[in-house]
Design a protein around this ligand. Structure first.
Ligand code: IMP
Ligand code: MG
Length: 207
């Protein structure tokens, strides 16, 4: 059970989990990396992330007993998750990246997804695991899955660190999910707001 802080008190630990209601006068988490921005709460701390990533690595290792595995990180948001995840997958694999445009400086989707994809990457006959930071509307992943599906992979799966479960535009299953995320704007561990906060070692809900 999580106890909300009294209004006016400081969150003692930068990793303490505070419930999200709109507190007034709650001091922001004391972390210079936050550029003075207040956060609602630390949604997932370093230990929780590490434990879950280790479990995901084991799940993925078990799910692909044979064949070539290509782990495709969707940049930029997946870069930290991907680097931790592949070190928890104990079978042979290759790593590559895909770039798609995202929200720019907004916290809501603009409705446009631009894909920038390396056509030299050989996907045919391989198990492709697309690694994403967070599934929100699902638009980005849906578009990517359509494109990658035309490259004749042996299988095509999605691994998302976070899933808000509000996606209406993703018509492919997300095979591996780290956390069922709250419908809040989250930053850290690769996720940004206007390119800031990617380097936070925890995932926080931005005020
Ligand atoms: P979708 O296409 O709406 O699912 O959005 C996917 C992309 O939007 C993600 O890969 C992120 O880059 C970005 N995004 C969505 N929700 C968040 C969030 O809560 N924090 C940071 N980025 C987000
Ligand atoms: Mg982004």
């Amino acid at each position: 059970m999580i106890t909300p802080p009294d209004p006016g008190t400081v969150c003692e630990s930068p990793y303490s989990l505070c419930e999200p209601p709109d507190y007034v006068n709650v001091s922001p988490v004391a972390d210079p990396r936050l550029e003075g921005r207040a956060v609602h709460r630390i949604a997932y701390d370093e230990a929780a992330i590490a434990t879950r990533v280790q479990e995901l690595g084991a799940e993925i290792t078990k799910a692909y007993p044979d064949g070539d595995l290509l782990v495709l990180g969707l940049l930029k948001g997946s870069f930290i998750f991907l680097s931790d995840l592949v070190r928890q997958i104990t079978r042979p694999l290759h790593v590559d990246f895909v770039v798609a445009s995202s929200y720019g400086n907004d916290t809501v989707s603009s409705g446009t997804v631009r894909l920038i994809y390396d056509p030299e990457t050989e996907l045919a006959g391989k198990h492709i695991l697309l690694v994403e930071d967070i599934v929100d509307s699902g638009r980005t992943l849906h578009r990517l899955m359509e494109v990658l599906g035309t490259r004749r992979p042996k299988s095509l799966g999605i691994c998302a660190l976070l899933h808000k479960h509000i996606a209406t535009e993703l018509h492919h299953p997300t095979r591996f999910v780290g956390f069922d995320a709250p419908n809040e704007f989250l930053v850290g561990y690769g996720l940004d707001h206007a390119e800031s906060f990617r380097h936070l070692p925890y995932i926080a809900s931005l005020k």
